[in-house]
Design a protein around this ligand. Structure first.
Ligand SMILES: [Zn+2]
Length: 54
């Protein structure tokens, strides 16, 4: 019997860019600890976003 993950058991994180919670995804199973953003788009935004101008 394959290992199953119930939806209610999925870990979640909150994206610092869009402030939305996102749930664990299969594609992140090896990299969940390093996942910070909910999507590639937010990842780029988060990395390229410049801090508030003085
Ligand atoms: Zn996001």
């Amino acid at each position: 019997m394959p290992k199953m993950i119930r939806k209610g058991d999925l870990p979640q994180k909150t994206c610092p860019v869009c402030q939305k919670p996102f749930a664990w995804r299969k594609k992140w199973e090896r990299d969940w600890e390093n996942v910070v953003y909910c999507s590639e788009r937010c990842r780029r935004t988060g990395k390229t976003a410049s801090p508030a101008k003085p």
